[in-house]
Design a protein around this ligand. Structure first.
Ligand code: C2E
Ligand code: C2E
Length: 309
């Protein structure tokens, strides 16, 4: 085509890749072309039609740049291009993967996948064409997918507003926004006191106190990662400071519960999963909260001092 002198036609079987993703191995065949960095790769990618482009990701600081490169390539070169990111060391959050996919990546390969599995995954996407819509405005995408710019304790009203605004964000997938947990402290410890045990470090992780429970919202945390997250967040093992906890991870349940809190309605039994650590502390078990549970007076003894002589 005279108007596109540099255009590579019928490049379906070609692999354009950052050198490092092959871990020192030479190009695997004549169809492979290796580039020193992501900029050079993206430049060549701008001439590709249906080739496979593979980017390497080493650290979270690269995510924004990579998101822009991928978005540009996808918007300019269309749906037949196969764009892959190989994570080279543990650095991607679920929310980062989501952003890269939203920008037009076909596949993100986790760092735990060995080279051989990675190559099989590449085979798996051959012949694919992206059918997802990729929004034109990347800045709106990045800011819409960014976590709340707040962390730690918030008064109930602010907590509720923040979580509800997240639930209403249509850029985020349904039921994938995070997990809410209500922890009831052990007798003798008030929910307010328990705040000091909780160290939220990630933007988007917020907490409040209501109904003598500590409520946490952990952004983009997945339900199966809850134990891991709680271990990072609490200094003490959770089961030492809290007698039980309730977890919600679906949008509708989180929203209902936040509204109930606003009306000061106690946690209800229906639809609520009551989570406790199992006796062995290795697993969590789900059980229904007791319908007839009533607050019982808790006996305690005042510290007695020896009367002074
Ligand atoms: P990981 O540290 O083993 O955490 C696994 C998952 O637990 C995370 O997956 C997340 O779902 C949840 N999680 C752990 N800590 C927190 C927390 O403080 N707040 C919330 N909201 N969730 C938490 P995710 O996000 O996909 O991250 C995957 C892996 O990426 C993490 O595995 C870790 O190896 C790495 N990573 C992510 N962010 C950071 C970070 O800020 N610092 C470090 N050192 N590693 C990070
Ligand atoms: P941040 O999001 O405010 O997280 C602050 C600190 O919380 C992290 O410091 C880390 O000590 C801890 N943390 C949060 N989430 C996790 C997790 O999933 N696993 C583990 N092991 N620790 C977690 P760190 O690692 O020095 O990171 C500083 C900042 O760098 C983070 O602030 C975040 O803005 C950025 N960052 C680090 N790793 C990642 C990542 O994998 N993805 C993203 N999007 N940002 C990251």
């Amino acid at each position: 085509d005279a108007s596109f002198p540099n255009q590579i036609v019928n490049d379906e079987n070609r692999y354009l890749s950052e050198q490092s993703i092959l871990e020192g191995a030479p190009p695997l065949s004549v169809n492979w072309q290796l580039f020193e960095d992501s900029t050079l790769l993206a430049q060549q990618g701008m001439k590709a039609m249906a080739a496979t482009l593979i980017f390497a990701l080493y650290q979270s600081e690269q995510i924004d740049t990579l998101a822009h490169l991928i978005h540009d390539l996808r918007r300019h070169r269309g749906n037949s291009l196969k764009i892959v990111v190989r994570e080279m060391s543990a650095s991607l959050r679920y929310s980062d993967e989501r952003l890269l996919l939203a920008c037009g990546a076909n596949l993100i390969v986790p760092h735990i996948a060995p080279l051989s599995s990675f190559l099989t995954m590449l085979e798996g996407i051959q012949g694919h064409s992206l059918s997802r819509h990729i929004p034109a405005d990347i800045d709106a995408l990045i800011s819409g997918l960014r976590p709340l710019q707040m962390k730690g304790y918030l008064p109930l009203e602010d907590f509720s507003k923040a979580v509800i605004s997240l639930m209403e964000n249509t850029l985020l997938p349904e039921d994938g926004k995070g997990v809410m947990v209500a922890l009831r402290p052990v007798p003798g410890l008030s929910a307010r006191q328990s705040i000091t045990l909780c160290h939220q470090r990630r933007f988007g992780d917020v907490m409040t106190v209501a109904q003598n429970r500590l409520f946490l919202f952990l952004s983009t945390c997945r339900i199966n990662d809850l134990d891991t997250a709680l271990k990072f967040i609490f200094r003490l093992p959770v089961s030492e400071a809290f007698s039980n906890w309730v977890v919600w991870h679906q949008d509708v349940d989180i929203t209902i519960q936040i509204k109930r809190l606003a009306q000061n309605i106690e946690l209800t039994q229906s639809a609520i999963k009551h989570v406790k650590t199992a006796a062995k502390k290795t697993a969590v078990v789900f059980e229904e909260e007791q319908t007839e549970e009533r607050r019982q007076p808790i006996p305690f003894t005042l510290l007695s001092r020896e009367p002074k002589e």
